[in-house]
Design a protein around this ligand. Structure first.
Ligand code: UD1
Ligand code: CA
Length: 449
């Protein structure tokens, strides 16, 4: 039977104190919402509806780009009200609905699978977890038969109910028609005057449908409500990503100082030194070393290449096998051919560097004229002397030499030498004479005082 997902993401997220919707805050380079979408997809939900606020354009664009539909909840009157906003979109749908909160970045496919399995037993299921600190979570009260008695929100709970450590994780699964009958019938007679999704089990029970509870791991369903919780979710995510990389054969001397993105692809026998940061879209091939304090984003690093220390690879960078990118070298939208080296203090932007080329210290591609970006081509085996400015568009032929300190604004032919440098002028003895004259002047000044 078809299974569709609803992700509640319209809440204002007031505790974040941010203009950005809460679910669009990133963890490991991906918005929180992206993790929820990915986990639901992995659990077999093709159709996903994200409930957003009217002004959440960024969230809408992101969700639609990920292949989800969006529906607006305005005003935001609670989680039950939010789920009900998706009702019309599911007119005539007779599969299963899984409704969940969009603020759980650590949620996994297994969490959804456990909820779906629990639903098989009764007509409705809820995922719950044992909390070390139940704080503000809704409490899940079980009956003697192990089925749900009720969920009570923290703000509505009595002292004895608050003592319960089984909490609502926020994954509800039910048959679509029944589910929306219940969401449409919710009231708001509670401490927050909100329509709580957590009252659905109460309504189900009136229809003779009991709610089964799937107990899942606490860390998987941690909700992000504040900046501090965002930071702890990030830490948890980094722990997972590092463990996965180590298990895949990646070497890291101090994993806790390496920050990975959700999609970082590191092949076995890659070595990552301490204090390296990966943005999204990085692939590093086997045998490559990323030295300390490097920052990589949207880049591919070839086999046995070396980057850093203090290397910066920006989007569109592709380094072939055995390339060396050294300290304080920035590379953007540039292909670097096999074995080429740029070892010190350079900027290579919008360029193609041929195999075996040597880029001297301080070489800069002047790729931007204030309006447009222009290309630089450096042929295979070319030697670019230190402190060269390559004014793009410009082409350096294969095997050519460029003398240090040159500003190259016109193409250089293959195997030629290009030097753009004022002629040296030498005046023998000039410095000694200059010093003697200056000393005499100073002595005369003192004498007259
Ligand atoms: C909710 C649950 C609580 C549970 C906890 C788990 C309710 C009433 N409470 O509390 O039992 O333990 O999550 O993390 O369901 N949202 C909307 N529209 C709204 C309100 C919220 O779309 O009108 C969205 C939010 O964007 C968020 C999600 O629903 O992604 C949960 O809302 P939030 O305010 O974070 O609920 P909690 O107080 O954490
Ligand atoms: Ca929450």
């Amino acid at each position: 039977m078809a299974i569709a997902g609803i992700i509640l993401a319209a809440g204002q997220g007031t505790r974040m104190k941010s203009a950005k919707p809460k679910v669009m805050h990133a963890i490991a380079g991906r918005p929180i919402l992206g993790f929820v979408i990915a986990a639901m997809r992995a659990a077999g939900m093709e159709r996903l509806v994200v409930v957003i606020a009217a002004d959440a354009e960024e969230a809408r664009r992101y969700a639609e780009n990920e292949g989800a539909e969006c529906v607006v909840q305005e005003p935001q009157l609670g989680t039950g009200h939010a789920a009900n906003a998706a009702r019309e979109l599911f007119d005539g749908f007779d599969g299963t609905i899984v409704a969940t909160y969009g603020d759980m970045p650590l949620v996994t496919r297994a969490c959804f699978e456990a909820s779906l399995a629990a639903r098989e037993k009764t007509g409705l299921s809820l995922a719950a977890f044992r909390a070390r600190d139940p704080a503000a979570y809704g409490r899940v009260i079980l009956g003697s038969d192990g089925l749900l008695e009720r969920i009570v929100e923290h703000k509505d709970a009595s002292e004895s109910e608050r003592a319960c450590d089984l909490c609502n994780a926020g994954i509800f699964a039910a048959e679509a028609k029944q589910f929306f009958r219940w969401t449409a019938a919710l009231g708001n007679d509670n401490a927050q005057n909100e329509y709580y999704l957590t009252d659905v089990p109460k309504l189900a029970r009136r229809d003779g449908v009991r709610c089964a509870v799937a107990v899942i791991d606490e860390t998987d369903v941690m909700g992000v409500n504040s900046r501090a919780e965002l930071a702890s979710a990030e830490a948890q995510m980094q722990t997972r990503l590092r463990a996965a990389a180590l298990a895949d054969g990646v070497g890291m001397r101090d994993p806790e100082t390496v920050y990975l993105a959700y999609d970082t692809m590191l092949e076995p026998d890659v070595h990552i030194q301490p204090f390296v940061v990966f943005g999204p879209g990085v692939v590093v091939r086997s045998g490559a070393t990323i030295c300390a304090f490097s920052h990589l984003e949207g880049a591919e690093v070839g086999r046995n290449a070396v980057v850093g220390p203090f290397g910066r690879l920006r989007p569109g960078t592709s380094l072939a096998e055995d390339v060396h990118i050294g300290n304080f070298v920035e590379v953007k939208n540039t292909r670097v051919g096999k074995g080429a080296k740029a070892n010190h203090l350079s900027y290579l932007g919008d360029a193609a560097v041929g195999a075996g080329a040597n880029i001297g210290a301080g070489t800069i591609t002047c790729n931007y004229d204030g309006f447009d970006k222009h290309q630089t081509e450096i042929g295979a085996g070319a030697f670019i002397g230190s402190n060269t400015a390559l004014v793009a568009p410009v082409r350096i032929g294969e095997g050519a030499y460029v003398g240090a300190g040159s500003t190259i604004a016109k193409d250089v032919s293959a195997d030629a030498l290009a030097v753009v440098r004022a002629e040296k002028v030498e005046k023998p003895g000039w410095a000694a004479k200059f010093r003697a004259r200056k000393k005499a002047d100073k002595a005369a000044e003192r004498g007259t005082k």
